[in-house]
Design a protein around this ligand. Structure first.
Ligand code: PRP
Length: 176
């Protein structure tokens, strides 16, 4: 595997995270509490920076999902819940926090799952999106960056669990 090359620097990430937090602060001004639901594991760094940049009252939850491992499910995009949020979200304003929207299946599944619990509102934020890989149309309310269809690691994203804690978002050439 080649050395990761910086695609989006830590400075650009920080600037964008602050811009997104400012927009969210304005959009939710006056609400009692916003619930940020981070999708493990990839979102943990983005969520922690975003949450620290917000000034509105908010609470953190985590949720974890996994693709079914078999061939057929990989192609159908089937997703299953492996860890749920701790507290009920009924009547709450919710933002689902993702590191990346790729095919869109994960966020699509989570929106269906969480909307059925009757939150006051539900929106999505993702740091990255790969428009060329979209298989389902999903609403992205707050977007960091659209990126080309390349392998990215760092700032929470991994390649086979490697490079997750690099401070920049980097491109790698996976070994074939
Ligand atoms: C990544 C990412 C999203 C999902 C997006 O998670 O964090 O949750 O894939 O892909 P999709 O739009 O095609 O559904 P991954 O399965 O790599 O797990 P991880 O976050 O634990 O690394």
């Amino acid at each position: 595997m080649e050395t990761p090359e910086v695609l989006i620097s830590r400075e650009r990430i920080a600037e964008r995270v602050n811009e997104l937090a400012t927009r969210i602060d304005a959009d939710y001004d006056g609400i009692a509490e916003l619930v940020l639901i981070g999708v493990l594991k990839g979102s943990f760094m983005f969520l922690s920076d975003l949450a620290r940049a917000l000034t509105i009252p908010h609470r953190i939850e985590f949720i974890a999902v996994s693709s079914y491992g078999d061939e057929e499910s990989i192609h159908s995009g089937a997703v299953r819940l492996i860890m749920d949020v701790r507290h009920a979200i009924e009547g709450k304003h919710v933002i689902v926090v993702e590191d990346i929207v790729d095919t869109g299946h994960t966020i699509s599944y989570l929106l269906r799952l969480l909307a059925a619990r009757q939150p006051a509102s539900i929106k999505t934020i993702t740091l990255l999106r790969k428009p060329d890989r979209a298989e389902v149309d999903v609403p992205v309310d707050y977007l960091g960056f659209d990126i080309p269809d390349v392998w990215v690691v760092g700032y929470g994203l991994d390649y086979a669990e490697r490079h997750r804690t690099l401070p920049d978002i980097c491109e790698i050439e996976p070994v074939s």
